[in-house]
Design a protein around this ligand. Structure first.
Ligand code: ZN
Length: 433
């Protein structure tokens, strides 16, 4: 099913014409309205008239998260505040948050993107959608909410937390689709299976839209089995819009990026040169329709690759492969690049593990220590007390073969690792303290 087949299946030459038209317009708009872009382009020796089409995009300077922080709170807004109808802000765990401003038109484009994703997941106006992303400054809650409302779904704005109530409403209202972070979905699934009050057979869930964190194929299999659903990835980021910059289709074979609104590039994060189609590198976005806070060549820090091959679903929009991680999340342990998603993927191969884990990195005598605590399923833990060694050996071996270094693996009892209703915390890096 498609929400907007005309856009989603637009022949690529036509799509490229539309992108070119929109890029020329947005470059002039930002140059005329935002001092930051004006100064950056002048410094780079580029004038809006030099940009004649999408092929000229690499002439434009990049922008980074730090630029958005430096111009906090509204220095990169292109529309006057009288036109801004909504603010969101990033979590800003370190330093100032990034504030995003949306015009009415921006909210319409945003909900259009989410509606395309949810429709691809088979969600229609007949569905009851539980939004268990946090509502508030985080874009997840209201973003999913507006997209589901646009389709005409019955929306349950549950926000995150209060798991027993979430499960009760899910059952009693006959909720058919769940939108939340994959880690919270796993937490809900575990709570459902542990509870004496709820059974999976009482639930009516069929689809899940999970995003805001990178997650693995093994996690998908786990969520699909435990919740009896098809689990789909929805991608987005506050700086560019929010969830719904792209989403998977029914083929679950890559995330279609809604390229008529968000133009993606892949660059080498070191040389900053665009990479050939299919190569892995850093994802860069230019918003083609945003008015409130447009971004031009924004470096996301997400590492992935793009697949321009036609998709079986018929959509022509490019597909982004699973995000390997954020350059920000990448740990360098004993000189080796390690992404938490690689660890998660290994853990999910072992049926004894419940998917919860914590990586702790420290430095002792100038050498990095790398500890991994892994929770076991409650049904396995009791049977295995005192006999963890073979499992630890197997996991250690798999991690060594996947990432190339040894890790100090410990198994812990169920619920020993602190849970979060929002984004999961999988890493403690004591070297930074
Ligand atoms: Zn597709």
């Amino acid at each position: 099913m498609m929400w907007n087949p005309e856009m989603e299946c637009m022949p690529r030459p036509e799509l490229e014409r539309l992108q070119s038209e929109r890029l020329v317009k947005i470059v002039k708009y930002t140059y005329d309205n935002v001092k930051f872009y004006h100064d950056r382009m002048d410094f780079a020796g580029v004038k809006p008239s030099d940009i004649k089409g999408i092929e000229d995009i690499s002439k434009l300077p990049f922008m980074s998260k730090q630029d958005l922080r430096d111009y906090y709170p509204t220095g990169t807004f292109a529309a006057p505040l009288s036109e801004i109808v909504r603010f969101h802000a990033s979590s800003g765990t370190t330093g100032k948050p990034i504030v995003a401003g949306y015009t009415q038109h921006d909210l319409e484009c945003w909900s259009e993107g989410v509606a395309r994703c949810l429709t691809a997941y088979g969600i229609t106006k007949e569905d009851i959608v539980q939004v268990a992303y946090g509502y508030g400054l985080f874009t997840g809650g209201l973003g999913a909410h507006d997209g589901a409302t646009r389709i005409g779904c019955s929306v349950l704005p549950a926000s995150s937390g209060n798991t027993a109530k979430q499960l009760m409403l899910m059952r009693d209202l006959g909720v058919t689709a769940l939108c939340c972070t994959p880690s919270y979905a796993l937490f809900l699934a575990e709570s459902l299976h542990k509870s004496e009050d709820f059974k999976l057979s009482d639930m009516h869930l069929k689809a899940g839209a999970f995003g805001a964190e990178p997650w693995s194929e093994n996690m998908r299999a786990e969520l699909e089995e435990k919740l009896g659903i098809k689990a789909y990835d929805i991608y987005g980021l506050t700086e560019v819009s929010g969830p719904g910059v792209g989403g998977e289709c029914e083929c679950q074979d890559g995330t279609h990026i809604w390229e008529d609104m968000f133009f993606p590039e892949i660059i080498d994060p070191q040389t900053l040169k665009p990479l050939p189609h299919g190569d892995q590198g850093e994802l860069v976005f230019t918003t083609l329709t945003k008015e409130g806070m447009p971004v031009i060549r924004y470096r996301t820090r997400d590492l992935t690759s793009l697949n321009y091959a036609p998709c079986k679903c018929g959509r022509t929009a490019v597909r982004m492969n699973k995000i390997m991680g954020r350059t920000d999340d990448m740990l360098i342990i004993r000189g080796v690049n390690v992404f938490p998603t690689q660890i998660e993927s290994v853990i999910m191969e072992f049926a004894e593990c419940n998917g919860q884990y914590l990586i702790t990195v420290d430095r002792v005598d100038n050498t990095d220590t790398f500890r991994l605590d892994i929770e076991l399923r409650s049904e396995c833990y009791g049977d295995m007390v005192g006999q963890f060694q073979s499992l630890i050996k197997a996991i250690t071996g798999r991690i060594s073969s996947v990432i190339g270094i040894k890790c100090d693996v410990h198994v812990v009892e169920p619920n020993a690792i602190e849970r979060s209703a929002g984004k999961a915390k999988h890493v403690v890096d004591l070297r930074k303290i």
